[in-house]
Design a protein around this ligand. Structure first.
Ligand SMILES: CC(C)=CCC/C(C)=C/CC/C(C)=C/CC/C(C)=C/CC/C(C)=C/CC/C(C)=C/CC/C(C)=C/COP(=O)(O)OP(=O)(O)O
Ligand SMILES: O=P(O)(O)OC[C@@H](O)CO
Ligand SMILES: [Mg+2]
Length: 229
């Protein structure tokens, strides 16, 4: 299932973190809609290839969320390309993208590319620091980014990113209310089935990352919490 419009849940695995074969089997066989491979630091071609090979033992769809040009490799079902709409540094909005398209040009199969309009809201997360994101945003600011993603740039995905912290469900609801076509991803601080259910009431797709490494048993319960409704 390679259409994000059909998804409700994805696990995000960090190539820069160790994961046991037993844990990976449980994650890949959990019933999640997809595995997203990505992280904000220490992502290399070697660790991406290593994780991809292990995930490929299973049938679950697997996407690379590109965080640097050096670690792009063939073999994924989809390529998620973040563009951080609230970054203060042009490189993370369109600069690196320009460089990558220049480098890969004709090799790109555009049917595999899914652009994500990111809005990073946890000022303390690594991605916020890296991209110099302006996280001092009120509801109107965030809704405006969502509208830009959908109406101006026709981005297939708008990603409310609270990486490392549980966000505001009311904000997720407000954003969902203005989106008609663009799929709303929510990620950040989901560790339990209840949290997954709460955010899954509003977001189209919830993304569970760090919980996998901190309490896998609870993390696995987030799948049923959103895919059972
Ligand atoms: C030959 C071949 C395979 C061709 C493929 C074609 C292809 C895919 C071409 C690429 C085209 C293209 C336009 C690429 C873009 C290049 C690029 C580098 C864009 C920049 C992306 C970007 C804005 C990255 C910033 C960092 C970011 C937002 C990462 C998102 C993930 C994230 C927030 C993870 C959480 O991080 P984590 O490490 O877990 O953090 P915590 O410690 O806080 O948990
Ligand atoms: O790691 P967590 O906090 O679950 O966040 C998931 C994802 O949105 C990170 O990019
Ligand atoms: Mg993480």
């Amino acid at each position: 299932m390679y259409d994000v419009k059909e998804w409700r849940h994805a696990f995000k695995l960090d190539p820069n973190k160790e994961i046991s074969s037993e844990a990976l089997e449980k994650i890949c066989e959990s019933g999640t809609d997809a595995i997203i491979v990505g992280g904000s630091d220490g992502v290399t071609l070697d660790n991406v290839l290593d994780l991809l090979a292990k995930i490929r033992r299973y049938t679950v769809p697997c996407a690379l969320e590109v965080s640097n040009i050096e670690s792009i490799t063939p073999g994924f079902d989809l390529y998620f390309i973040p563009s951080v709409l609230n970054s203060r540094d042009i490189r993370w909005i369109s600069g690196l993208h320009h460089q990558a398209v220049k480098e890969y040009g004709l090799l790109i199969d555009w049917d595999e590319i899914v652009v994500e309009g990111y809005c990073i809201l946890n000022k303390d997360c690594k991605a916020a620091g890296l991209t110099k994101a302006n996280t001092e945003l009120d509801e109107e600011d965030i809704i405006s980014y969502a509208l830009m993603a959908e109406k101006m740039f026709r981005m297939p995905v708008f990603y409310l990113e609270y990486s490392g912290t549980y966000g505001d469900p009311n904000m997720v609801r407000s954003v969902k209310e203005v989106l008609e076509h663009t799929t709303l991803f929510y990620g950040g601080g989901i560790h339990t089935a209840d949290q997954a259910k709460e955010m899954g009431e509003h977001a189209d797709v919830i993304i569970v990352g760090n919980a996998v490494y901190e309490n896998l048993k609870e993390a696995l319960k987030t799948v049923r919490a959103v895919k059972n409704r």
